[in-house]
Design a binder for this molecule. Structure first.
Ligand code: ZN
Length: 216
């Protein structure tokens, strides 16, 4: 069996997302580019995560052709491929149906920078992508457009959250922080208060400091 390392990481990340309550059942999907850049591993479709073995995890090429794996790739493969083809700096994609991010998307409320970790992801941490059918090429194109050259996350209207990273840990951390921010923003609204945001000039300053290698 080839690429055991990335296939195992796909299973570990999926189980972690399930444990954290970010996905239910067989929803959500994770993909990871191999270190040599030749293949992409992605969660299979309709298989309970706790039943997965590395042999079952599909490997595909950049056109979506399946090269290995006992199971079929996630139906949301076109979205993952569109990102992997468009962003060479991205090696991992995490898509969840995390509830607070989904609520923000459904009410059309952009995620404000209302927590410290969100500063890392810039002044508009997770733009909302207008609804397109899951698995469609249209959704893939819309996600790539919304992510742009540097974006780390987008909220899919009426659907869920998608994050990217240089590795799986970075993409998974982004998922956790965006979902935490969405929860705090929504609880602020429920509590009847305004959602305060960290001022843009402070965000820019923090990003400059991090870019220079210093700590805040
Ligand atoms: Zn989905």
């Amino acid at each position: 069996m080839n690429y055991l390392n990335i296939r195992t990481k796909i299973i570990d990340a999926s189980l972690k997302a399930q444990r954290l309550g970010l996905i239910k059942g067989t929803s959500g999907n994770v993909s990871l580019r191999s270190e040599d850049g030749v293949v992409i591993a992605i969660t299979p479709t309709s298989v309970p995560y706790e039943d997965l073995t590395p042999e079952m995890v599909p490997l595909v090429d950049y056109t979506g052709k399946q090269l290995e794996g006992e199971c079929r790739p996630s139906t949301e493969l076109p979205m993952h491929l569109a990102i992997m083809n468009a962003r060479k700096d991205v090696n991992a994609v995490v898509h969840t149906h995390s509830k607070y991010s989904t609520i923000l998307g459904n009410i059309g409320q952009p995620l404000p920078v209302c927590t410290i970790p969100l500063i890392t992801y810039g002044p508009d941490p997770a733009p909302i992508v207008p609804f397109e059918l899951p698995g469609s090429d249209e959704l893939g194109r819309a996600v790539v457009k919304a992510l742009g050259k540097k974006g780390s996350a987008v909220i899919l209207e009426l659907h869920g959250l998608l994050t990217v990273g240089a590795d799986l840990d970075a993409a998974m951390s982004c998922t956790e922080y965006i979902e935490e921010g969405a929860q705090i923003a929504l609880y602020c609204r429920l509590a009847g208060g305004a959602i305060k945001e960290i001022p843009p000039d402070k965000i820019r300053l923090a990003m400059e400091i991090w870019a220079s290698g210093r700590a805040l």
